[in-house]
Design a protein around this ligand. Structure first.
Ligand SMILES: NC(=O)c1ccc[n+]([C@@H]2O[C@H](COP(=O)([O-])OP(=O)(O)OC[C@H]3O[C@@H](n4cnc5c(N)ncnc54)[C@H](OP(=O)(O)O)[C@@H]3O)[C@@H](O)[C@H]2O)c1
Length: 261
């Protein structure tokens, strides 16, 4: 029987940063609800975790790029009597290319996943956290959140939304025992670059941090209740220098980093 137990919900737990977050949180003793589309990967992860740790793990299949899917996921969790004390909005994807030739359907699905579902889940799980005077939310944005991103315009804009939204509600919630952390990774070794077809961009060249490294950084910052968590010294410097330069220049430099040779 799983009721009255506190759980962590991780979206996009079937791979990359989300999967590593799940492993870290399992090790720390958090019971988990793992959500994504890939049932087999989630079940493999569940079995791997259950072999090593004495926690509960529930797998829920959800395509969060579809309208109402986040509310359906919330209801499924509620109906099982599961209480979410930590919400990790990690699922997301990008899409490389000129906006004017992009698939509109894909951009809208991206906006639904990266922004709407994240907002919906946050709104739906928050009241209980506020009532309990305890809760944590980890929203995964990106260093893309800090400037416009030519050739990945919608993706960068969705992450700017996640950053601003998270900072604003972190401020609103600070007197209610609920912390909101927005993790901003730079390019990281996951399936993201393949899915976004951005792997050949200069941005993804060189030695990239592993998903496990980024996940551990995010977990620690979330547990400390830090609001904005930018991973890596180089990324922090890039964000800082971007604040000082004119926006037009920042946008032009970002394009250089995105443009495939
Ligand atoms: N890797 C990077 O360079 C990087 C940099 C900055 C920020 N980020 C952010 O980090 C987060 C995690 O990405 P990642 O790098 O770990 O990439 P990843 O390896 O591609 O993992 C993405 C995760 O999101 C899930 N997902 C994708 N579409 C979904 C949908 N429609 N419904 C539900 N889940 C969905 C995937 O699961 P299924 O396919 O099974 O649904 C997968 O578990 C994203 O928000 C991304 O924007 C990544």
């Amino acid at each position: 029987m799983m009721s009255n137990k506190k759980y962590t919900l991780i979206t996009g737990a079937s791979g990359g940063i989300g999967m590593e977050l799940a492993k870290i949180m399992a090790e720390k003793g958090h019971s988990l609800v793992l959500a994504a589309r890939s049932e087999a990967s989630l079940n493999n992860l569940k079995n791997e975790i259950l072999n090593s740790y004495n926690i509960d793990v529930l797998v829920l299949i959800a395509d969060l790029s579809k309208p109402h899917s986040a509310s359906m996921l919330f209801l499924e969790i509620e109906n099982r009597g599961i209480e979410i004390e930590i919400l990790v909005n990690n699922a997301g994807f990008g899409d490389f290319g000129h906006f004017y030739t992009s698939s509109l359907e894909k951009q809208l699905e991206m906006m639904q996943l990266n922004m709407n579902s994240l907002t919906e889940l946050t709104r739906l799980f928050l009241p209980k956290m506020v009532e309990n005077r305890y809760g944590k939310i980890l929203n995964v944005a990106s260093v893309a959140a800090f400037q416009p991103g030519p050739l990945m315009s919608v993706y960068f804009a969705t992450k700017a939304y996640v950053l601003h939204f998270s900072e604003a509600i972190a401020n609103e919630l600070r007197d209610f025992g609920v912390s909101v952390t927005v993790l901003c990774p730079g390019p990281t070794k996951t399936n993201f670059d393949k899915a976004a077809e951005v792997g050949d961009s200069p941005m993804f060249k060189g030695k990239l941090p592993s998903a496990a490294e980024v996940a551990l950084f995010g977990y620690k910052k979330m547990m400390k209740g830090k609001v904005v968590a930018i991973h890596g010294f180089k990324n922090k410097m890039m964000v800082f220098s971007g604040r000082l330069a004119p926006r037009k220049i920042v946008t032009a430099i970002t394009r250089k980093f995105m443009e495939k040779k």
